[in-house]
Structures are given as C-alpha cells and as structure tokens.
Design a protein around this ligand. Structure first.
Ligand code: SF4
Ligand code: SF4
Ligand code: SF4
Ligand code: FES
Length: 592
C-alpha cells in the first residue's frame, strides 16, 4: 500500500493512501473532535465538528471525509478552527433541548464533552423552544428527539451494520427527525431490537430503559466477555456497577461480530424472569431441602457410583468448554457411560474449512440450508443481509417459516437441493450457510461445492461444536438409566422429554441455574452460576475458542458449571483437575 507523508500540527505523519485526515490523525494519536463520525460507520461529514485547516484549501475541511495527500499540511486546533467549532456547538446546543443536568447521558455525552472542551458556557442564540416527541414504544430503549443532533449515526448503524434499514430522516432543516419505516412508532416498526443504533448514539437521544440513570461510565467497569445465547460467540462488553450488570454492549474489537450484537445478546439476558437456584438441595422424606455443597456433592457422588452402565447423562450445549470437558472425562471416560446425550441437534461437517459467518459479505450467491439465522443466530443474518445489500442473491432451502425467506430470490424444498447447488456452481463466489436441518442427501449434494463455496456451519445451541467434539451427543435414552445426571444450565427447557420417559424410581441429579419442572422432580439440585457470573471458554460455531470473563459474583451459593463438576469428581474419588487454567488447558488439548 502506498504511503503518504503529511504534516499534522507540524508533526510528520505517514499514513496509507486512501485514508482520511481523521484516520491519519488518529494513527498519530492526534485528537480531532467528532460527532457524526464513528469508526465502524461510513463517514458522511454531517456535523462539521472535525473541521480542520488545510494549507492551500480556501475553506475549512471536514477531517472525517477529506482524503490525505502527499505533502499536505493540516492544523487541527488553529484559532480559525476552534472558532468554527464553537460556532457549530452554539448552533447544536440552541437547536434542541440540551439542558444537560436533566439528561440521562450527562457525564457521558459526546456533545456535552465538546461543550466543556470549547468553553460553551452560555447560549449566544435563542434556544429552540419547540418540543419534539419522545417515543417510548420500543421495549428496550427510548427515542427522545429533543436530544437528537441529527448526526445520523443511528441510521448508518441500522443500514450498514444491522443491514435492517429501519431508520431514516423526515422533515427538513431544524425540524428534521429520525423516523422508522414509513414514519410509524418505533415499537411498531421493522426494528429487530439489536440496539446497534443505541450503542452508537453520541447523546441522550437514544436511552436504554433498563440502565438509564443507573450510573455514569466512570462509575462502571467494562468486562470483556462472550455472548452465550447462540453458537456465534459474539464478543461483548458487560457494563457493571456495584456488583450488578447494567447493560451489555457489542465489543467493537471482537473478531466474530465487530461490535454488533442482537436482541438476544444485548437485552434478553437482562430481562430474565425465571427463578434462580442459589442453594444446593437434596430430597429428604420426599421434599427438597437446602443443604451445604459438601452434603449435596457427597450424596450425588454416592448415588452416581462407579457403574457407568446404569447412568444416563444429558447436557445443554450452553456450558463452557471446561464443564463439557469434565462431563465427558468424568462420565464417558472414567465411568464408561455410553448413554450420554446433548439437548440439541448438531449440524454435520460438510467442509474441511470452516468459514466465519462475517466472511460471507463478498459472496455473490448465498445458500441457506437447514438453518434459520434470523431466529437462531441473528448476527449471522445481519451478515447475510449486508451481502444482499451488495447485490448477492439469496436462495433459502427448506424455507417454510425461515426468517430469511422473505428476502430470498428463490425458495426451494430440501428435495430440490440440486437446483440450488447448480446455481452456486455457476456463481463466482458462493457461500453455503447450513445448520442441523441439512438432510443426508442435501449434505452430499452440497459437498460438491467444496473448494468452490465458503461453508459456514451454523450450529444450533451454544457450545455445540465442543460438546460434539467431546462425544457428548452419543444418544441419550432416559428410560435406560437408573441414575440420571442432567446439566441443564441456563437452558430454557421444561425437561418434558426426560420427565415423561425416565423410569419412575430413577434417581435424578440436576445441575441448573433456574427452577424448572426438572429441578422440582430432582433428587439432588446443584445450583449453577449464570453467564455473567462464571469465567470459562466457549468454542464458537466456526471453531474459535474464546474466554468469557466473569463480570459479577455468583448469586447465593451458585458455582460455575466447571467447578461443580470438578468438585463432584473429587467426591467420586476421580481427582480431576481443579483450577480453571488447568481444566482450560486440558479441554483445549481435547478440542484441538
Ligand atoms: S435496534 Fe437495530 S434494527 Fe432497530 S433501529 Fe436500531 S439498529 Fe435498526
Ligand atoms: S438519535 Fe442519536 S445517533 Fe441518531 S441522529 Fe440523533 S443523536 Fe445521532
Ligand atoms: S448472534 Fe448469537 S452470539 Fe451474537 S449476540 Fe446474538 S445471540 Fe449472542
Ligand atoms: S465528524 Fe466530521 S463532519 Fe461530523
């Protein structure tokens, strides 16, 4: 790439050709204030906060859109520049209601910070008295048009990142307003509640309902973690204050999702209403009674015993690599149990090379086969929609009820897979997104595209890839076990398949975070920490292993999934590894 040499504030800077002045300045750690610019979005030069003086240019130029050139000389804080910025800030503060002390974003607002930086301590123009509406019709966040500076970050985030195209602008000039679809209330719009617009808004115009007024950013801790709501493993930042999770944001640095998350990742975990389990319990005289960990684990170890043939083991895929490793090691390897199953299906392996879902954006034909990313791996559906925006053609096979079907140029039955494969063969850069719904015959046909197409496996569940690699999807028959160990974890599941089929007097040990019909029937209940309370690694659908950090302490006496199994192994005299680091290393070894 050609290097361009320029001077910014008399400092020599070398940057790549094609960069903007703002990008070159950031490279040299020179701060240029911005409002409409966001590193994840296409610059549009709307707010003019980033104006700089460029030698030879008659007018000040927006650094966020102006390209660098050899020998360019830029001044970012000259008197002319700061005067222009003050003028723009005065206009912005006068245009709508920016009485910061009453705003949820006070202290964290980018406009307010620039007001302080440039000494905006009074209004020089009449303040705008018109009241704009506040739209609170969306479940998770509010749009207060009175705080909006019309930077259009939200519009670009919705169209470029979520590829949902819900947002637009209506009216003109000072009356301009962000609107949804054909100007319907946001709650009635095509919005999929991914919250990407909320995350990029620089002011208090978009306000998260749950964390509003719960603390300024300086009072919080940002813990990098990994979403465990589906198998994509999107990177997140968990925002914590005083031991409570305030909100979840997408991690801009995350390799899987580059900042974008979906409703399930951002909002749903914070609206959980199920009853937590916080104390170990053992059934005594027909009734579950609270006991200490030692008593519960000793009782479980005694009942599980040493004979794997009498055992049935069932696990959710929503567990860490470490827990799944210990489960496989303890039951399959140490006790030779074979009645071992996984709560969800597993997508077959159709290709030697796993492609991360984000890499399909340049594909010209996309086949979606036996998978429903809109409902099951929503961020993957954003990647599909981004490719469609670039002109890709979408073919959905097994389309009935599929969330992507309305966007498909062709919908086919699984029996017509040949037709889809033939179209992909004629494409320049096809991609196949497939899930557990792929039939054997369809899988065989799709394999003909090996070497030509990108293959993206979309595993159902969460850590399904690791569970399958560890042999935990062997096949589970509750009626064939005298003792059952169920790692239910956080899975939303009523346990019906087990409860209906298990032997009447079978002994049931359940490791779970929440109460359910299964834990009500259990003989021993082992309370498990939830996603925000446990550290551990997760293997995503394309094989990427990522460490999810604990953000808060476990509730009550609940313990991380892997720790419970490690302690149980100890009580069973199996002496498996006990520290997270050691178990992680062993799990990584097995999963390699
Ligand atoms: S929440 Fe997501 S889909 Fe809805 S308007 Fe914002 S960016 Fe668009
Ligand atoms: S809602 Fe926020 S992001 Fe959207 S235009 Fe207004 S200030 Fe900008
Ligand atoms: S796509 Fe999956 S991993 Fe990503 S945020 Fe949504 S639920 Fe979480
Ligand atoms: S940040 Fe450059 S014009 Fe808004």
């Amino acid at each position: 790439m050609t290097t361009v040499n320029l001077k910014i504030n008399d400092q020599q800077v070398s940057a790549s050709a094609g960069m903007t002045v703002l990008q070159a300045a950031r490279l040299a750690e020179i701060d240029i204030p911005t409002l409409c610019d966001h590193p994840a979005l296409t610059p549009i030069g709307a707010c003019r906060m980033c104006l700089v003086e460029i030698k030879g240019q008659r007018a000040l130029q927006p650094a966020c859109t102006f390209p660098i050139s050899e020998g360019m000389e830029v001044q970012t804080e000259s008197p002319k520049v700061t005067e222009a910025r003050r003028f723009i800030l005065h206009l912005l503060f006068s245009e709508r209601n920016h009485y910061c002390m009453y705003c949820e974003m006070t202290g964290d607002c980018e406009l307010q910070a620039l007001g302080y930086r440039y000494g905006i301590d009074h209004w020089v123009y009449p303040t705008y008295t018109k009241r704009f509406p506040v739209d609170a019709t969306r479940q998770y966040f509010i749009m207060d048009h009175n705080r909006c500076i019309l930077c259009r970050r939200c519009i670009r985030a919705c169209s470029e990142l979520a590829a949902n195209h819900t947002l637009g602008m209506r009216q003109r000039g000072a009356d301009s307003m962000i609107h949804a679809d054909m100007d319907v209330p946001f709650g009635d719009s095509s919005c999929v509640s991914c919250g990407t617009c909320l995350q990029v808004c620089p002011t208090g115009a978009l306000v998260d309902k749950r964390s509003a007024f719960m603390g300024r950013d300086v009072e919080t801790e940002h813990v990098k973690s990994v979403c465990s709501q589906c198998s994509l493993g999107c990177g997140t930042e968990v925002i914590v204050r005083a031991g409570s999770v305030l909100r979840i944001e997408g991690d801009w640095d995350a390799p899987v999702n580059a900042g974008v998350v979906c409703q399930a990742g951002r909002f749903d975990p914070l609206y959980e209403e199920r009853q937590r389990l916080t104390t170990p319990m053992v059934r005594k005289n027909g009734k579950l009674s609270e006991v200490g960990w030692d008593q519960a684990l000793v009782a479980a170890a005694e009942r599980i015993g040493d004979d794997g043939k009498k055992l049935g083991v069932l696990t959710t895929s929503n567990a860490t690599n470490e827990a799944l490793y210990l489960l496989a090691k303890l039951f399959s390897q140490e006790l030779n149990a074979t009645n071992v199953g996984l709560l969800n299906d597993v997508a077959p392996k159709l290709s030697e090379k796993d492609t991360p879902p984000a890499d399909i954006s340049a594909s010209d034909v996309i086949l979606v086969v036996g998978a429903d990313p809109v409902n099951d791996q929503p961020v993957a559906s954003f990647f599909v929609k981004r490719a469609l925006d670039r002109g890709a053609r979408l073919i959905v096979v097994d389309a009935e009820g599929n969330g992507l079907a309305p966007l498909a140029s062709l919908q086919l039955n699984m029996a017509d897979i040949r037709k889809a494969v033939d179209i992909a063969k004629r494409a320049d850069s096809p991609a196949v997104l497939y899930g557990a719904g792929v039939t054997g015959k369809a899988g065989k046909a799709l394999k003909e595209l090996e070497g030509k197409a990108l293959f993206v496996a979309l595993q159902p569940g969460v850590n399904t890839r690791a569970a399958a690699a560890l042999g935990l999807n062997n096949g589970f028959d509750p009626s064939a076990a005298q003792t059952l160990f169920v790692l239910a974890g956080e899975q939303e599941w009523n346990g019906k398949g087990v409860l209906d089929r298990m032997v009447k007097n079978a002994f049931l040990v359940v490791q779970s975070s929440y109460e359910s019909p299964l834990t009500e029937r259990a003989d021993i209940v082992l309370p498990m920490a939830i996603w925000s309370e446990r550290a551990g690694s997760l293997t995503n659908t394309s094989g990427l292993v990522q460490m999810a950090n604990a953000a808060v302490e476990p509730k009550g006496q609940a313990k991380p999934d892997w720790e419970i199994l490690s302690l149980l192994a100890g009580k069973m005299g199996k002496g498996l590894a006990t520290s997270l680091d050691d178990i992680s290393a062993l799990a990584a070894d097995q999963l390699r």
